[in-house]
Design a protein around this ligand. Structure first.
Ligand SMILES: [Zn+2]
Length: 449
């Protein structure tokens, strides 16, 4: 019997070959058509956007090219929260009657009130179809056994499992369980694919070895999808996780305020293919708001193209990223996210130089004399910022600690231009992350502290 909710992909290589391999001109024409309809939907049906566009003196009819999106006002996470508090429970960005909303996710709220992200039935279907397409591009097939070990509690990453189910993989809704339990599940059911955070993939591999399980020999995991931290796009981190597991690591990027994964790696693993039929990308200079040249680092600003329940027009994510529109050797033509270099609020400025934890991570993981775990401690002495990088040595290293510290210091200086004190720690000194690792300990207090 044919499963009508499980459409077959259009070829063995692509989920939707015509869409995924169309020319850049066709992508742009598609985005312009969708954007025009979406802006009009937002303007007519969302009280917030109606007022905000009027205030800015812009109308959806003025959109002639994709560049014209820059005439429309930004929205920040802070404003999103304020609108939700002003018009409870979901805010006045919502552009459909509540009876059409079938699902909400909520962001973790670590910096304030959690914000809800509502979906209509069609929004949800679109999202899961996109997830299936993305999983397919990372090599998942109906023969796979997929263990989804992300949080299900209002977290937008939870339902992504339905994408694996849609493409026909045997899907296990595992959720976040203790490492020992997860290892037992992977072993018993011989899962071939898992999805977790990069630091947890690392921790899980180390825990397995301690329990006498060699992930390369005793488990059947051949692909690891990761998201939630920059590590999956740092080749040095990816390669070390791959070495630990004997599996291939694919990075994904998602955002609760938009939908699950907005981008993911294909099997070529050079950048993350973006869901351009759902989301328009801008990469802007955080100071002036001008677009940065292709390949340069800037703030990611996102505009939904179809999400009817709550359009997001020019949402400032606070993530510092870089992109390319060069064609990928897999044949897909969507733009690729080359890396999330950090968050604007994670960015440290040390004596005037911008520094992201991901820059330090690449060094800590490339040289095998280091254990891979690290932490940045920043304090202030005599009104000057002082950075100390704490990095673990590998358990196999038998050489001089002083030499190791000065090696790290030299590499950090040459890669980032930042000069720091380096403390070498014994293996397993730093706390292991079970979800997202905390990499920065900023003890400077307020600006005038
Ligand atoms: Zn590709």
């Amino acid at each position: 019997m044919t499963c009508i909710s499980c459409p077959r992909p259009s070829s063995d290589r692509y989920w939707d070959e015509r869409l995924e391999t169309q020319s850049r001109t066709d992508w742009q024409a598609l985005q312009l058509r969708l954007l025009r309809e979406h802006l009009l939907h937002a303007y007519l049906n969302s009280p917030y956007y109606g007022a905000s566009f009027d205030r800015a003196g812009v109308h959806p009819d003025q959109l002639r090219s994709l560049d014209d999106v820059r005439r429309f006002p930004f929205i920040s996470k802070q404003e999103l929260r304020e609108r939700q508090l002003a018009v409870p429970p979901f805010g006045d960005l919502v552009a459909v009657p509540e009876r059409e909303i079938v699902y909400i996710s909520a962001s973790s709220g670590s910096t304030g009130v959690p914000t809800a992200s509502p979906f209509t039935g069609q929004d949800f279907e679109d999202w899961i179809d996109y997830q299936a397409r993305q999983f397919w591009s990372s090599g998942l097939r109906p023969e796979d056994r997929y263990a989804h070990s992300l949080n299900f509690s209002l977290f937008v990453g939870g339902p992504c499992v339905l994408g694996a189910q849609k493409l026909g993989a045997l899907s296990m809704h595992v959720g976040t369980v203790p490492a020992e339990r997860l290892l037992a599940i992977l072993k018993q059911f011989q899962a071939t694919v898992i999805w977790t955070t990069p630091s947890y993939a690392w921790y899980l591999g180390e825990t397995a070895l301690k329990e006498g399980i060699d992930p390369r020999q005793d488990l059947n995991v051949r692909r690891i999808l990761v998201a939630g931290e920059p590590g999956g796009s740092i080749p040095e981190t990816r390669e070390r996780i791959e070495g630990l597991w004997g599996a291939s690591v694919y990075d994904y990027y998602g955002l609760s305020d938009i939908f699950g994964a907005c981008a993911g790696m294909c099997e070529v693993k050079h950048g993350l293919h973006w869901a351009e039929d759902h989301i328009l990308v801008e990469v802007l200079d955080p100071d002036g708001g001008d677009p940065v040249p292709e390949g340069g680092r800037g703030e990611l600003v996102l505009t939904t193209l179809r999400k009817a329940a709550r359009p997001m027009i020019r949402f400032r994510t606070g993530d510092i990223v870089s992109f390319t529109s060069e064609p990928c050797s897999c044949g897909r033509t969507s733009v690729r996210l080359l890396g999330v270099h950090g968050r604007l609020d994670d960015m440290l400025i040390i004596k005037g130089v911008n520094l992201f934890p991901s820059d330090v991570e690449a060094i800590a993981r490339k040289d095998r004399d280091f254990g891979g775990e690290y932490r940045l401690v920043v304090d202030r002495e005599d009104h000057l910022d002082r950075l100390t990088v704490e990095v673990e040595r590998s358990s196999a290293y038998r050489g001089s600690i002083e030499e190791l510290a000065s090696r790290f210091k030299r590499q950090l200086q040459s890669v980032t231009g930042v000069s720091a004190a380096v403390t070498i720690l014994s293996p397993e000194t730093l706390p292991r992350a079970t979800h997202k690792a905390k990499r920065v300990d900023d003890r400077r207090g307020g600006v005038w502290g």
